[in-house]
Design a protein around this ligand. Structure first.
Ligand SMILES: Cc1cc2nc3c(=O)[nH]c(=O)nc-3n(C[C@H](O)[C@H](O)[C@H](O)COP(=O)(O)OP(=O)(O)OC[C@H]3O[C@@H](n4cnc5c(N)ncnc54)[C@H](O)[C@@H]3O)c2cc1C
Length: 508
């Protein structure tokens, strides 16, 4: 059945961080927005990242000063806006004489400390590993290191919160809804949507269309009619990256940046209290990114990196979980995958009097908010957005307001403070935090979420409750936050479900 006459200012295709960020910004400016995501929110690249809000120390080697500066400035903004899902983290970079020289590392860290106007985070410093706790799990030949600051984020939850905020500002958020075609008809787009659950099709009309399909950006463009025969010369370069989760390799709360002889770096990050997250690889990828998995070669590469630095070796048998994603990098024709720019490029297909199409190439989770602002700035003229100038600047509500469900305090510190343990549960903060990943947001948000989707009904259980909102356990699991695990009582009738299976395997 096809339903006609739904008119929107903007249809955003793709429910990753970039699509959700653009939908949020557009809704914040008063536009009537629909976001469609054929799978689940954050189902792909945006939940497969290393989970860092960072400037990208490594990019300085490729002279990407403006990207690093932009990302470092965003790190401050996001840390301020969402302190409940973004936490400061210190990174230890053991010094290896035969790789990068000291002068290079000191210069890089000096720039990293000062390029982005660091406000809240401590500066970098050199440490003697013999006297610092970070030295104890390392092999004895590593005697000194550099420590610097960055941030860690619950990536998929950042996506969900942006989508929720967009919905609270009036956007219609449609997970499990594929865009199966779009036709330009003068000053509007006719956009065909397919509900993956009910099987129904629906056609909506939009004044503007955003292609935020990440790795599928070029593929989606091929399904669009009416581009005036115009083919963009921009392409994405797909680069696969994989991570391992292994039982905790070290006791302290610092992460490690490990340099490899091939010039690449691998992170070892404290993860969910009992685990260490190790990644990432950087491999050219061809094909459909859906359903990709880590290869034996990637697992071996990451295990070898750990063996190079840590006293304790890990083998594939130690791996409790792994995940892979594909970076949709803007193809700047760099010689190797690691050197391809991590900055984004926006392509606007707009002819006067015709409905605009904006495509997103590349980007990082860290820069999603500026990407959204830039996208709306490009669409302002063709869509005649008349938001007051102040709303197009960082004072835009989508820019600086905390994410809607933000609550004060650092969850990381709370979960490590025994006095903050939830007395009602009598279990450790880590267990409670993991359990609450299956319990998301406040009931008000669920009701709202349900309203934005197909049906609503009295939820007899959490499964049906989540089912009616069109969201899958994967989204649910990304929805909870540690802070709430320590501050919210367990709602009656809800089940704790640690160890539940998600799309990518069993949650640790
Ligand atoms: C291994 C790895 C590590 C990374 N680490 C970091 C990091 O530490 N920090 C950082 O800042 N960045 C990091 N990144 C980069 C970051 O994850 C990506 O830039 C970002 O997630 C891309 O988001 P996106 O919204 O463009 O794409 P996606 O998250 O892939 O979203 C695109 C969505 O579009 C949907 N879609 C496609 N076609 C259709 C259609 N026809 N109809 C409806 N929906 C459709 C897809 O289902 C998908 O969900 C990393 C990336 C990788 C792969």
């Amino acid at each position: 059945m096809t339903k006609q006459n739904d008119l929107y200012d903007l249809v955003v295709v793709g429910g990753g961080i970039n699509g959700a960020g653009i939908a949020r910004d557009a809704a914040g400016r008063g536009l009537r927005v629909l976001l469609c995501e054929r799978d689940d929110l954050a189902a792909h690249t945006s939940s497969a990242s290393t989970k860092l809000i960072h400037g990208g120390l490594r990019y300085l080697e490729y002279y990407e000063f403006s990207l690093v500066r932009k990302a470092l400035k965003e790190r401050e903004v996001l840390l301020h806006a969402a302190p409940h899902i973004i936490w400061p983290m210190r990174f230890v970079m053991p010094h290896t004489r035969d790789l990068r020289p000291r002068w290079m590392i000191r210069t890089g860290l000096f720039l990293y400390d000062h390029l982005g106007g660091r406000g809240k985070l401590p500066p970098s410093r050199a440490v003697n590993l013999g006297q610092h706790p970070a030295g104890s799990p390392l092999r004895p030949d590593f005697t000194d290191a550099y420590i610097y600051s960055d941030c860690w984020v619950q990536d998929s939850r950042l996506v969900v919160l942006n989508a929720l905020d967009a919905a609270e500002r009036g956007a219609e958020i449609c997970p499990r809804t594929a865009c199966i075609g779009a036709t330009r008809q003068g000053n509007t787009w006719s956009v065909k949507l397919h509900d993956e659950i009910s099987g129904h099709n629906r056609t909506v009309v939009a004044r503007g269309l955003v292609n935020a399909t990440g790795p599928w950006v070029s593929c989606f463009l091929e399904s669009v009619d009416g581009r005036h025969g115009r083919q963009t010369d921009k392409q994405v370069r797909l680069v696969k990256g994989s991570h391992l989760v292994v039982p905790r390799l070290f006791e302290h709360d610092h992460a490690y940046l490990l340099q490899n002889p091939d010039g690449r770096v691998v992170f070892a990050i404290p993860y969910e209290h009992d685990y260490t997250l190790i990644g990432t690889t950087d491999e050219p990828f061809v094909g459909d990114p859906r359903g990709i998995r880590i290869s034996d070669e990637e697992t071996a590469y990451l295990c070898d990196t750990v063996a190079r630095y840590f006293q304790r070796r890990i083998t594939p048998a130690d791996v409790v979980w792994s995940y892979s994603g594909v970076r949709p990098l803007y193809d700047d024709h760099a010689a190797n995958a690691s050197a391809v720019t991590r900055d984004y490029v926006l392509d606007l297909d707009a002819v006067t009097g015709q409905a605009p199409l904006l495509s997103v190439f590349g980007g990082k989770i860290t820069t999603y908010r500026t990407l959204a602002e830039d996208a709306l700035a490009q669409l302002a003229e063709p869509l005649a957005i008349d938001a007051p100038p102040g709303r197009l600047t960082p004072r835009c509500p989508a820019a600086t307001s905390p994410t809607p469900t933000s609550r004060a305090g650092s969850p990381r510190s709370r979960t490590t403070t025994p006095s903050c343990r939830p007395a009602c549960c009598g279990v450790t903060p880590a267990t409670t935090a993991r359990a609450f990943r299956l319990w998301w947001e406040t009931p008000a948000h669920w009701q709202h979420s349900a309203k934005t989707s197909a049906t609503t009904s009295t939820p007899p259980s959490w499964i049906i409750y989540f089912g009616t909102s069109g969201l899958a356990p994967r989204t649910m699991s990304s929805g909870a936050v540690r802070a709430w695990a320590c501050t919210s009582p367990m709602p009656p009738g809800r089940q704790l479900m640690p160890g539940s299976r998600t799309a990518r395997g069993r949650l640790p």
